[in-house]
Design a protein around this ligand. Structure first.
Ligand code: 2P0
Length: 320
């Protein structure tokens, strides 16, 4: 059997304006538009061999069970009908499924490595449409820097993909990642999202105000207005968590240290250091700030957190 191997690397992205909710679960189409920053340093590296003895998925040097692998191989099924068995070897240099956006880097790297190994020539936009079907946030990691993910209107989802709005060197900001816990989350974001949209009375308000959040944030990015962007990011974050808190049963990813970091950010801000927080489907806090302030912010949160990282705007998905 002939086989071909390709390797791609991708970075996580952190949403400044959040994606939470789906308008189509089969095609994984979002109910809201979102906006993100692709980050440096953390990455997923994935090699796909198209044509092997059997489907095999190794993550961080551990062979995964059929159940753990199902999402990966169902994703490869999207590429071509009657594909051959494939080997997928993937490595994360940061904690997996801990609310640090590992599914974004995972599915964007997988989309690029698999399509090249399968000898399909896909544009970056087509790769984003493909990656979206593995994990929504992955549609944004294909590009460097600042990226918007439009909801799109088409039923087939071909207009729901990332769009680059500014490169990584547009603005010298940092994300300080405050790691409260690198344990896997108690409920997947996918399950929590679906639960939210079927039971939270806040969900409609969340959907109805998301485009305004994106418009304000996009303008703030173009004008390099950190305060405007930071305020809108916190607003989007708190609205998203309001829908989670009011879900039945309630979803609460936060830990006491999550709020301790939020308070530390507010104190730093009151002391004249511009910084704003966001959280995702997990207890960890990400702090947006100017590059020059990142070390001071990291020192302030160090006593509260398990670990911290200072990440800069990073590259889009690329072949190795
Ligand atoms: C985001 N999150 O915009 C939001 C904010 C978490 C909170 O995208 O079901 O793994 O695979 O499309 O992309 C995490 O959810 O969900 C996420 P699926 P995904 O980054």
């Amino acid at each position: 059997m002939s086989s071909s191997t390709a390797t791609a690397r991708s970075h996580p992205n952190i949403a400044l304006i959040k994606y939470w909710g789906k308008r189509d679960t089969k095609l994984n189409l979002p109910a809201v538009p979102s906006l993100s920053l692709t980050l440096s340093q953390f990455h997923t590296t994935t090699s796909v061999t198209w044509g092997s003895n059997k489907d095999l998925f190794c993550l961080n040097n551990i062979e995964q069970s059929n159940t753990q692998s199902a999402k990966v191989f169902q994703f490869l099924d999207l590429l071509t009908p009657n594909r051959p068995p494939c080997t997928v070897v993937s490595e994360n240099n940061f904690p997996t499924a801990a609310g640090l956006a590992s599914s974004a880097s995972a599915f964007s790297a997988l989309a690029m490595a698999a399509s090249v190994a399968a000898d399909l020539q896909l544009s970056t936009t087509a790769l984003s449409v493909l990656a979206r079907q593995g994990s929504g946030s992955a549609s944004r990691s294909l590009w460097e820097g600042w990226v918007e993910w439009k909801m799109g209107k088409k039923l087939d989802g071909t207009d729901s993909h990332g769009i680059p709005i500014a490169p990584r060197d547009h603005w010298d900001v940092r994300m300080v990642m405050a790691v409260i816990s690198s344990q896997q989350k108690p409920i997947s974001s996918r399950a929590a999202m679906l639960q939210t949209q079927s039971t939270s009375p806040m969900y409609d308000a969340w959907c109805n105000t998301a485009q305004t959040d994106v418009d304000i944030a996009k303008k703030a990015i173009m004008e390099k207005n950190l305060e405007r962007l930071g305020r809108q990011m916190e607003h989007s974050t708190l609205k998203m968590f309001s829908t989670m808190f009011t879900t039945q049963p309630s979803v609460r990813y936060w830990k006491p240290q999550t709020l301790a970091v939020v308070e530390a950010v507010e104190q730093l801000r009151n002391a004249g250091i511009p910084c704003w927080y966001t959280m995702d489907a997990g207890p960890n806090v990400k702090i947006l700030c100017h590059a020059k302030d990142a070390k001071q912010i990291a020192s302030a949160i160090r006593p509260i957190v398990e670990n911290h990282y200072i990440l800069e705007p990073g590259h889009g998905t690329h072949l190795l």
